[in-house]
Design a protein around this ligand. Structure first.
Ligand code: HEC
Length: 434
């Protein structure tokens, strides 16, 4: 093999623009390398791209009509129907044919359905399942918007639909793309076009263009460093650009996960808690750490003694409130359904990775939740909900209630997995309350 010396151009923080340009450059050349025959059924990669294109088109449609300031109700209803068509597809519920309406074929949901319609469960199945749930929720809000007679009612339903669509699409973060379709395309083999050169992601590229994959994850994409432009079909949201031997290598957010697996000469086993900081949050919906290993690791004792921030009574009151006002989106067991999980390994790793403090999470809950009616609860009710969330995340109860207003100390409390053994913790790392 060539003696390949990699030069780091930029560690971790690359400006969004550079990444976008770079990401935008790489794929066209890779995908034009393997044009699929017209009659062939679309491969996985193309299906995912088609689904994503439909989701984006639906978002664009809703955003465009919102910016039109039209006073004609029909204009808004037309946009909603157009978005429903794009999502549901011609065989989906709610599809309406019309001369000025798009027929998107399978539609975003149809494409995901056929991707998930298989016995094996590929690495990308989890984020795609999440997308599907969010797309269905968006369609149901769009159907509500069709019934709206007042602009305000329309906007409420449409903006909720957009929120779900954004989650289905995937959330870009500094280190990559979180979940959804873009997350799956950026970090798993779903992002590799059919016929493209795929090599083991444990190594470095010896030729370009090529894709480095390992156990279903995409660790890097390589393009020649010569003149000219390349375009990726999708933003990969890489974390790092490395050059060497005439090749530009874009490391994805999955790269650290893959190299950890390579160094251990093992398969991609979910890491124990003390290495969980190496797990990109982007994978919170792709890799669920084994619950048994989280917290029972003796190596984490130093981080023990998390603060007691609420009382048991409060947490129980919060549990009742959660069931009536939050569970329909976040799941009865806080595991996430239409919306992200709010407790357990999945949520805590996201929190840890993003550096969420108690102040941030409290702010999110008090100002944005419940998403269908933000700030609609009393300060005492929000305090109970925060107590419930902390309890469900295995934080200990104490004598002092969670306060009705924020506290300066909350900005210094970083949320993350709570070490120690927790009887009553379920397989997803959620502690039972009550
Ligand atoms: C109508 C659906 C809906 C309801 C009801 C709802 N949420 Fe949410 N919630 C969401 C969505 C969607 C997000 C993700 C928002 C985003 O990514 O910007 C979210 C995010 C959150 C987050 C941050 C988690 C993360 O990973 O982004 C917390 C915490 C949260 N909600 C708590 C609550 C609580 C507590 C309630 C009840 C008072 C509640 N939510 C009710 C839809 C909902």
């Amino acid at each position: 093999m060539l003696d390949f010396t990699w030069r780091r151009l930029a560690p971790a923080r690359i400006s969004g623009l550079v990444l976008f340009l770079c990401a935008a450059s790489i794929g066209m050349m890779l995908s034009t390398a393997s044009p699929a025959a017209a009659a062939d059924p679309p491969d996985d990669h193309q299906q995912a791209l088609a689904s994503l294109a439909n989701v984006k088109a639906a978002i664009d449609e809703l955003v465009r009509v919102d910016a039109s300031y039209s006073t004609d109700r029909n204009v808004y209803h037309h946009a909603s129907q157009q978005a429903i068509n794009l999502l549901a597809g011609e065989h989906g519920d709610g599809y309406v044919a019309g001369p000025d309406l798009t027929n998107p074929g399978a539609g975003a949901i149809g494409h995901i359905d056929s991707l998930l319609d298989r016995k094996a469960s590929p690495t990308w199945a989890e984020p795609l399942h999440g997308s599907l749930v969010n797309l269905l929720a968006a369609v149901s809000y769009l159907q509500d918007s069709l019934k709206a007679r007042e602009l305000m009612d329309y906007q409420l339903s449409a903006s909720r639909a957009i929120a779900y669509l954004e989650v289905a699409r995937g959330r870009p973060t500094e280190t990559g793309v979180l979940g959804g379709l873009e997350g799956a395309l950026a970090n798993t083999v779903l992002g590799v076009p059919e016929g493209a050169t795929q090599v083991d992601g444990c190594g470095t590229p010896s030729s370009a263009p090529s894709y480095g994959t390992h156990n279903g994850y995409l660790a890097w994409v390589a393009v020649p460093a010569g003149d000219g432009s390349h375009a990726l079909p999708e933003a990969t949201g890489g974390t790092e650009i490395v050059t060497g031997n005439g090749v530009i290598m874009l490391r994805t957010a999955a790269a650290s996960l893959v190299s950890a697996a390579c160094n251990r000469h093992t398969e991609l086993i979910p890491p124990p808690v003390d290495s969980s900081s190496a797990l990109p949050a982007e994978f919170h919906s792709m890799v669920i750490p084994a619950a048994a290993s989280v917290g029972s690791d003796p190596g984490t004792a130093a981080a023990a003694n998390p603060p007691a921030l609420y009382t048991k009574v409060q947490a129980k009151a919060g549990a009742r409130l959660f069931a009536t006002t939050c569970a329909k989106c976040h799941g009865a067991n806080l595991q996430g359904s239409a919306a992200p999980s709010v407790a357990g390994d999945d949520f805590l790793l996201t929190a840890k990775r993003n550096g969420w403090t108690l102040a941030i999470v409290r702010y999110l809950v008090v100002n944005n939740m419940p998403m269908n009616s933000p700030s609609s609860l009393t300060p005492t009710q929000y305090a109970s909900l925060m107590a419930f969330l902390l309890a469900s995340n295995c934080y200990p109860a104490g004598e002092t209630p969670f306060p009705d207003t924020t506290d300066p100390s909350f900005a210094t409390i970083k949320l993350g997995p709570v070490p120690g053994t927790h009887p009553g913790r379920n397989g997803k790392g959620v502690c039972k309350v009550g």
